[in-house]
Write a protein of this length. Sequence first.
Length: 406
Amino acid sequence: MKVGGRSAKVGQLLAKIGRQLRDAWVIAGLSFVLLFAIEEGYRCYERLPGPKAQATGTTPQNPYASEAWFPKFRAASHYHMGRPDSFYVDYDPYRGWWVRPGRHEDLYVEPSGYRHTEQSPRGDEATRRHVFLLGGSAMWGFTARDRATIPSWVARQLAAQGIDDVEIDNKAQCAFNLTQNIATLEQELRRGARPVAAVFLDGINEVGPVAEGEQPGDVYGQADARKRFALGHGSTNELLLALASNLHVVRALQALRPAPKPPELDVAAACEKIADNYLNLVRIGEALGREFGFTPLFFWQPALATSGKPLGPWEAHLMADARDPLVRLTKACLPDVEARLATRRDIDFFPLNAIFDHVDGDQFLDHYGHVTEQANGVIAAAITEHLAPVLREHGTEVSANRAPQP
């Protein structure tokens, strides 16, 4: 009798536990369904078009605002925008991330992940000379169609001077700084590539991450990359908190809380470190050039903040907020970089900050060094001016080496 009574109590207890587990499972399931519905609803709300600003006669327009091709192109270029916090890049152990390939109208990212350059070099492909053009989104062509990127302009300008046995390789990637570009060059050399010259167009991405709160020498989105890495190495609670922090509705609620004021940036100290980093990377590029037999050319890219040009309407609109950290750093750090590079003899370093000083009308599209397609041609001309003599000299040396010996 006692055994039967004990068995009945055990059965009742198990049934009670089963009901509690069932109820907990139902509550958890309903909570997740409700959270999913709220999250998806908020994301739909985010995608709704915002209220259109009333157009006035004094409201400046982006120079591309009236171009029929630009909206579709801008969407495609953002798809390939490289940053570790982007969802359209792959992990790269040497550079942090690598853009995925894709073909769109006027924008082709080749299977290698490099942007396509429009050109028609002559000669045998196996013996053709190569020039690498490296940089960030300005060199990549974030605001330019394939035919109007800086590398495509350089290819046409060289061909116009009779230098058409050279293939221009766009080795730039969006958001890359000089550290990442040197790493790209090293990877190409490791694989056996032997360029005649390597052209670097950098500057904005040396200071940009610092303006966003990173340290000198860091890359864009480095804090986000750390968070993603931590997702695979945290406790269960840390993983749940990290996943929750990625919900758009949670971010919106967090934005309602006043953010703590970030510490004041020491501009002078930051610029000193940025200049030291840049000089050391230039020295690495020079050493690679000596070892592998190519000429490195370094260009500090033009920026609206450092330009002395007469401002167009859109540029004046961009410069209205002089407190922008990127504007402050870009302007403040250029003298430090030039001073560091002045200590190097026989270095091919060319700051392009004054290249548009006597050009009227809007040339700059933002503070990140992105310019109009025609302005890309002006930058390309400055590059070609220094690149063409290098290629002619190399061509003469090759011809002399191939001459029959007596």
